[in-house]
Ligand binder design. Structure first.
Ligand code: FAD
Length: 814
């Protein structure tokens, strides 16, 4: 038998090796367009980032090694140009010599993979814009970094290759920014789980711009200018273009093989194409997805390798093996976080109109009392009627891989959430808990199906009508006072039984706690005490906060990140150690304060916490109490802060030399708003950073031009009707003359070629040196919602403003 194989990496090389193991006498010819075969493309990002230091390690087999071991005729630099299915031949070009020849076959195998999507936009051919698929791509990126020593990189696309590259480029010492067109990274995850990744990227000081697209690239004096659809521009030194892949189907199309609706080669369960002598596999084919029952494109190495074995068996033994399909089990490491998914996401189920319930659980990677237990978040999706497990997503710092593998097996086998409760796992404190996180996910889902608890999702909280619902926070008073969901009343779970009379039975009670467990207890107490309508927020405050927090990282552009400092590594300074690992917010802050109070001036303490919010909380806390924050490090899921006791009252300036400017914009008069931005841009021009704090009427200046539909109470609606809807409708403080004055002012400014207010604001935003903070208290009072304000605005309280003003030598009230 003579078998020709097109493509010599994951799928193609596997077919070739298995064929030879099964049939010593077959004639096997493998064509590979590139110069290498059987290499680890999954390892390429790690070689760029120097985790893999030896380039040779990327090669699973060399051409010579492959030939020697398997006696396969490997033809590299050989492109298969055409298939003639009638004559059973292929036409090949030797890319080195230019020779064109035909080769006949008994069976043909197509494993040509998928190519990076590269639209024709301005400047995409620039030598500093790279895609990553092969060894030569990797060499090019590596050589560019070696020769040009870039300081900044921009990654376009937040899929797993893009984010692995962000991680590895950061590892190689570059400042990295990620631009993603969707509202989240890592498409197989749902938004809420992706938001954990967003917060982690922020903590690693990776710039993150979501719902933003790249329109083109142009040369600039200092590097490469990336032009974004919103009009923003970013300067960078290199770009990784990674917006996805598309199946390589040209050969198949030209040979009139059947192509599926998703654009991949159609194959049957034996991986045969519409021509029974031609098999196809890997990234190029559409596979059956057992969850949706429909074809899917799942470009992953595991399926390609497994399909390779099946194709070889079917060629030798005559279709004796079926490929059962793929549920897309995948995993990626993004900085310290591991992100994994299997089966269908909520987005996909919704699109396919498959009914589902989702539930979140936040557990620890192993027993909480054993050192270094790290947060592990699990989302599962299951059928409301049968409890069949449809999808799972796991995000955490340790043990994510084994959890997703367990969940994936249950999904693949058509199992239910009851099966999750029965999973038998190996347990000792360093590895798990007596009830593993996958068991916990099953218990929660089982309770839902048995009607023991009704869940509400984080998205539904924003639509709650507080006239008809009570939002009940059952965390401790300390947790509540540090942060809570707007409109919530606080009755800690431990005092709930004594305060039942304070709650109305004719309203729906929506309960939340930190992660969902105390909320469940509280919901059981209320339900069994005659409260008919009780719901528990799935995933608790943790899921809600992560999903509703700012997802972009604009602060990257302001360069206000406190990093780990060399001073943290100074072992000569005796440091008092506090272990707050395993504690949820505000536990670590309370511990920090407790031990800080005991320090003498000049003494230092090191606090370790696994609560990821601690990285930001400790910065705010240090600034408020005047503690000197030496540095914060977030490594492998553990946030370590070094704090030095200072004289009371004095506050420290950690991030800058105290030469910044702060402006409180209180007024929404057009002339005053103009003045504030003129001063701001002037200060920026002089190399200063400016913080503008918009409070009360000032909020109207930073409203979006287009009307945003948001839910408001009556007072909020009234304010909304009476106040200017955006900067375009601001009035003059004097001589307004029913709006004539402001129109005249804008006209004269245009005549004299003076920038409009909107132009000045755009300049300020694009400078990357201006932080615009909207006062949350004023927003609350005036019913202004986040969605109504410009995307670049961050939300903050007085503490945020005061923190910035401590670092300024000019403070204006306009
Ligand atoms: P490929 O392995 O891409 O091989 C196709 C080969 O066919 C190519 O070498 C191409 O040059 C050749 N070819 C195409 N057309 C012709 C022609 N006409 N003539 C001759 N030769 C031709 N997957 C995971 O599961 N986990 C990961 O961590 C992971 N990381 C990845 C990281 C990177 C940077 C990349 C690029 C991919 C990663 N993948 C990962 C995906 C995984 O590598 C692919 O799913 C897998 O390689 C697909 O195998 P394949 O045989 O279909 O295609």
């Amino acid at each position: 038998m003579k078998v020709l194989i097109v493509g010599g990496v994951a799928g193609g090389a596997t077919v070739a090796a298995r064929l030879r193991r099964l049939d010593e006498h077959a004639e096997i010819i493998l064509f590979e367009r590139g110069a290498y075969v059987s290499y680890a493309n999954c390892g390429l990002p790690y070689y760029i980032g120097t985790t893999i230091t030896d380039r040779n390690k990327l090669f699973v087999q060399t051409v010579q090694g492959f030939k020697a071991r398997f006696n396969i005729d490997i033809r590299v630099n050989s492109k298969v140009e055409q298939i003639n299915p009638v004559e059973k031949t292929v036409q090949v070009t030797n890319l080195k010599t230019g020779e064109v020849y035909t080769e006949g076959y008994d069976r043909l195998v197509l494993s040509p993979g998928a190519e990076p999507v590269r639209p024709k936009i301005k400047g995409i051919e620039d030598k500093r814009v790279f895609t990553l698929r092969s060894i030569p791509d990797t060499d090019q990126i590596k050589n560019f970094i070696r020769e040009h020593k870039p300081k900044r990189a921009l990654v376009v696309g937040g899929g797993f290759i893009g984010l692995e590259m962000a991680d590895n480029l950061s590892d190689a010492g570059l400042d990295v920014c990620v631009v993603e067109m969707a509202n989240q990274v890592m498409a197989p995850l749902d938004f809420s789980m992706a938001s954990i990744v967003h917060q982690h990227l922020k903590s690693k000081n990776v710039g993150l711009l979501l719902e933003e697209a790249v329109d083109g690239f142009s040369d600039s004096e200092t590097g490469l200018t990336v032009e974004l659809r919103s009009g923003k521009k970013i300067e960078t030194d290199m770009v990784i273009w990674s917006i996805g892949v598309r199946p390589e189907t040209k050969l198949a199309k030209d040979a009139e093989l059947q192509i599926g609706d998703l654009g991949g080669i159609s194959v049957n369960e034996y991986l045969q194409t519409s021509d029974s002598e031609i098999y196809a596999l890997g990234d190029a084919v559409e596979v059956f997805n057992p969850v949706t029952g429909k074809p899917a494109l799942i470009p992953l190495a595991g399926p390609a390798n497994k399909q390779g074995r099946i194709v070889a068996d079917n060629i030798v033994f005559g279709n004796n093996q079926k490929y059962e399909g793929t549920i897309g089990t995948s995993i990626a490491r993004i900085f310290d976080l591991t992100v994994a998914s299997a089966g269908a996401s909520g987005k996909l189920l919704k699109k396919e109109q498959i009914p589902y319930i989702s539930s979140f659980t936040h557990s620890a990677s192993h027993a909480g009392y054993y050192p270094n237990a790290l947060p592990l978040s699990v989302k599962i999706l299951f059928a409301p009627e049968t409890g069949r497990l449809l999808g799972a997503q796991v995000v955490g710092f340790d043990g994510v891989d084994k959890r997703i593998d367990l969940l994936a097996q249950v999904i693949r086998n058509g199992g239910t959430v009851n099966d999750l409760t029965q999973i038998e796992h190996a347990y000792a404190p360093p590895y798990s808990s007596a009830k593993d996180p996958v068991n916990m996910a099953g218990f929660v889902a089982q309770n839902v199906l048995l009607g023991k608890v009704k869940l509400i999702q984080w998205r539904d909280i924003q639509d709650l009508d507080l006239e008809k619902n009570v939002l009940l926070d059952v965390r401790t008073v300390e947790e509540y006072s540090l942060s809570h969901i707007e409109g919530a009343v606080n009755i800690p779970v431990d005092s709930l039984r004594q305060k039942l009379s304070e709650l109305p039975k004719d309203k729906n009670i929506v309960i939340y706690c930190a992660v969902g467990l105390r909320g469940y207890l509280a919901s059981r107490i209320l339900t069994q005490n005659g409260f008919p309508n009780v719901q528990n927020l799935s995933g608790g405050y943790k899921t809600w906060a992560s999903a509703t927090d700012e997802q972009n990282n604009y602060k990257f552009f302001l360069n206000i990140h406190i990093d780990s400092k060399d001073e943290m590594k100074d072992t000569n300074i005796s440091t008092f150690c506090v272990d707050a690992c395993g504690m949820q917010c505000p536990g670590p802050i309370i511990q920090t304060k407790k031990y800080y109070d005991e320090l003498k001036t000049g003494q230092r303490m090191e606090v370790k916490a696994t609560d990821q919010a601690y990285a930001t909380d400790v910065k705010a806390w240090s600034n408020i109490v005047g503690a000197k924050l030496i540095g914060v490090e977030n490594k492998a899921g553990i946030v370590t802060a070094h704090i030095e006791k200072t004289e009371p009252v004095k506050s420290s300036c950690l991030t800058t030399g105290g030469d910044n400017k702060t402006i409180i914009v209180f007024s929404d008069d057009l002339d005053k708003a103009l003045a504030s931005f003129v001063i701001t841009n002037g200060a920026v021009a002089m190399g200063k950073k400016v913080t503008m704090f918009f409070t009360f009427w000032g909020l109207n200046v930073i409203k979006k031009k287009q009307h945003v539909k948001v839910k408001k109470d009556i007072l909020g609606k009234m304010f909304g009707m009476m106040l200017p809807s955006s900067s375009q409708n601001l009035k003059l403080s004097k001589l307004n003359m029913c709006g004539m004055g402001s129109k005249m002012m804008r006209y004269i400014m245009k005549q004299k070629q003076i920038e409009s207010l909107e132009g000045l604001m755009k300049q300020a935003i694009e400078s990357g040196q201006v932080e615009m903070i909207a006062c949350t208290m004023s927003m609350d009072v005036m019913g202004v919602k986040r969605e109504e304000l410009l995307d670049t605005v961050t939300l903050g309280g007085v503490a945020s403003y005061l923190e910035q003003s401590e670092q300024s030598n000019l403070n204006l009230f306009i």
